[in-house]
Design a binder for this molecule. Sequence first.
Ligand code: FES
Length: 506
Amino acid sequence: MQEPNYPESYWVESAKRIESDNSIESQKIETVIVGAGITGITLAYLLVQEGVKVALIDADRIIHGTTGHTTAKITAQHGLIYDKMINQSGIEKASLYYKANNEALQFIADTIQKHEISCDFSRQDAYVYTNMDEYFDKIMLEHRAYEKLGITGDVVKELPISIDAKLGIMMKNQAQFHPVKYLNKLVEAFVSRGGILLENTPVADIENDEHPKVILKNGGQIEANKLVLATHYPFYDWPGLYFARLHAERSYVVAAKSTKPYAGGMYINAESPTRSIRYTPLNEGENLLLIGGETHKTGQGESTLSHYEKLVEFTKNNFGIEEISYRWSAQDLVTLDDIPYVGHITADEPNIYVATGYAKWGMTNGTAAARVIRDLILDKQNDFVDLYTPSRFDANPSIKNVIVQNADVAKQLIKGKLEAPDKTIEDIANSEGAAVMINGERAGCYKDEEGQIYLVDTTCTHIGCEVKWNSGDRSWDCPCHGSRFSYKGEVMEGPATEPLRRIDLD
Ligand code: FES
């Protein structure tokens, strides 16, 4: 049977594959890190340099989740965030947030220089721009916030590239790179110092007695002095009620060879729908233009294929298209106050750490998170512990947001149960999927290119919302907390840890 072609990212496709031997001698390790994206790998790299024995494990291949599907901008300019953060959390926290991300950028630059990593790193100015008059005040307020925080930047009336923009704000001297090439080198350094790398090793459960114990789906178990969940969504989410204070968003990227020259720089607009723009160099002097955006809550909104189509249209109108070479999508998690949760998973569990909620800005926030957790584990001073601590709950908007977010979950849960699909299996064409009615019951149906039928129970195994078909990525996505499942029902993204129930057509 021919498998459907899932979109894959340029980063994953164009970097060499690091092999792991998937063996572990001891059932007890000083530190276990679950999740091999930018946070897990950077932390593993940092800890082995301090002489800590570390096992880094991933349910899939390394750098295959959000880190492998990012736009890979390394910047402290996270949209229009600083004026909002000053008002919401105070100038001290806003200043620490900028400092944490700026130091992370510098750490990446220094590490690249130290190991002479060839990863298409280059310094670029970053811009937030707008075409809507109602955003002019926000741009000016952001500029005032830059001045208060000592950020080097300026208001601009036109951009170096030829796209429509009425006003923008520039942050100087940010950067971009190829994340997989960069992290591959850190993995090599980690393994060469005795680090243990276990790929394709999903975790079934965590037990937390005197020390945390990781129960693997392959039947093994590893006891750790310290356990770090760098899994994007913390699948051990009940103790800290993370499902009630995170929401998942999806966004899309098309990578195109364009017909017009590109003047450099990294761009994102202030309004919706989001348009994020950068380039990456290819061999022989060519560039690949990366156009991202079309952000929406996971499992909600219009047909996911249409998001790619809109990005292609934008690319064609502004840059001209010679060829669309790649397209991919990514999932991001957003916290209640836009500041990631990094630190002890709860105040009562000193040996389990979490890092999540980077809201699309994972290159710097993920690196900062790794440095915070390293210092917590080694009992060293770190200025950013209080900023990122998941135990904080002092921002008033957080209270409002938790109500709004969970009202949305309740709405999605009820809506999904009331909706009766109006399709049957016969209505589904090859390579398409949808919820259908079979013998009076709801089921998820996908037909592959050859007409083979895959049926699943559409009840999400996390808390029971009804999953929706994602036509762009051919997956079943949950609108409540963002779990995603393959057309066969396998877990692709948590918090769900169990697959969707397969339904036998007979
Ligand atoms: Fe929570 Fe589906 S992810 S119910």
